[in-house]
Design a protein around this ligand. Structure first.
Ligand code: GRF
Length: 191
């Protein structure tokens, strides 16, 4: 069994999709970490009975202190793998180096196009015909790590941004858990 900790700052729909998908496997989401005490992801965690912890990340000092505490917590949960799912803060080398090739992120654009917090809006406004999502390893940069998987779709051109957003999220919920399960299976086999 691989133990996964998910990081989320907001809605947490990907967090929930991951928890549910892993219930059908030998792997488990052992805990949720957030930087936002008002995140709806925390309500989902309560409902799904996943333990959660909130740490502030507002300044560099807070981030350093929080990451030190998070590292201890991850060890106490026996975390093998970290999945970022709408976590809106950059992690520092302290955490990233503690989990080499074991931290992944989901981004709502076809990276390297449209990194950053406005991936859906920027994709939509680009006029690109092909839109999609990316799952990638996390490195020190903003949405820059090696790409693991991408899925795309063609837009008709008449969709509203809300419709595009809905399509992107549906694709995320379908693909992210699957890719994660493949990575966790591989991790287990190499243990
Ligand atoms: C997703 O679109 C993800 O790609 C991006 O943040 C959003 C999180 O959505 N990184 P949710 O919190 O999982 O609903």
């Amino acid at each position: 069994m691989a133990r996964v900790t998910v990081f989320a700052s907001g809605n947490g729909s990907n967090f929930e999709a991951i928890v549910k998908a892993l219930q059908g496997t030998s792997h488990r989401v052992v805990c949720l970490i957030s930087d936002n005490e008002k995140a709806y992801a925390l309500d989902r965690a309560r409902r799904l009975q996943v333990p959660y912890h909130v740490f502030p990340f507002r300044t560099k000092t807070e981030r350093r202190d929080s990451e030190e505490k998070i590292l201890n917590l991850l060890r106490s949960y026996g975390t093998d793998f970290i999945a970022l799912a709408g976590f809106m803060k950059l992690l520092s080398p302290l955490l990233i180096d503690a989990y080499p090739n074991r931290i992944v992120n989901i981004h709502p654009s076809l990276l390297p196009k449209y990194p950053g917090t406005q991936g859906i809006r920027d994709s939509y406004l680009s006029g690109d015909r092909e839109l999609g999502i990316t799952i990638h390893y996390v490195d020190y940069g903003l949405d820059t790590g090696p790409i693991i998987a991408q899925r795309s779709f063609h837009r008709i051109g008449t969709e509203t941004i809300e419709e595009i957003e809905e399509k992107i999220h549906a694709l995320e919920h379908e693909v992210y858990p699957k890719v994660l399960i493949d990575l966790l299976d591989a991790l287990e086999q190499n243990k």
